[in-house]
Design a protein around this ligand. Sequence first.
Ligand SMILES: [Zn+2]
Length: 116
Amino acid sequence: MHELSVARNIIEIVEQNVPKDELPFVRGILLKVGEFSGVVTDSLKFSYEIIAADTELQNSELKIESVPFLLKCNSCGGITTNNYGLRECADCLKTDTEVLSGEELKIAEIILEDKS
Ligand SMILES: [Zn+2]
């Protein structure tokens, strides 16, 4: 199951970036997930809860921000989208395009409890 390994990765990244004594104070992890990142977000949240329950991150919640698919066309300069993740410009139908967003899977923010 792909989402389980993604969830494990997220926890490893948080453990590497937050000092060990602050891990129990992590309340949330904001994850940016592209529409075409290939991850099923419900399944990822579920996997995260299961794995985090056995770690110092047990009080944290995975928050998911969905990022729309956007394509920039190198031929006509248009920025378009489509529902299939196709690399084809919706305006001129050329395939000389760059994906601007929609395929990412990255941690945007680690939210710590305010201890002050
Ligand atoms: Zn175009």
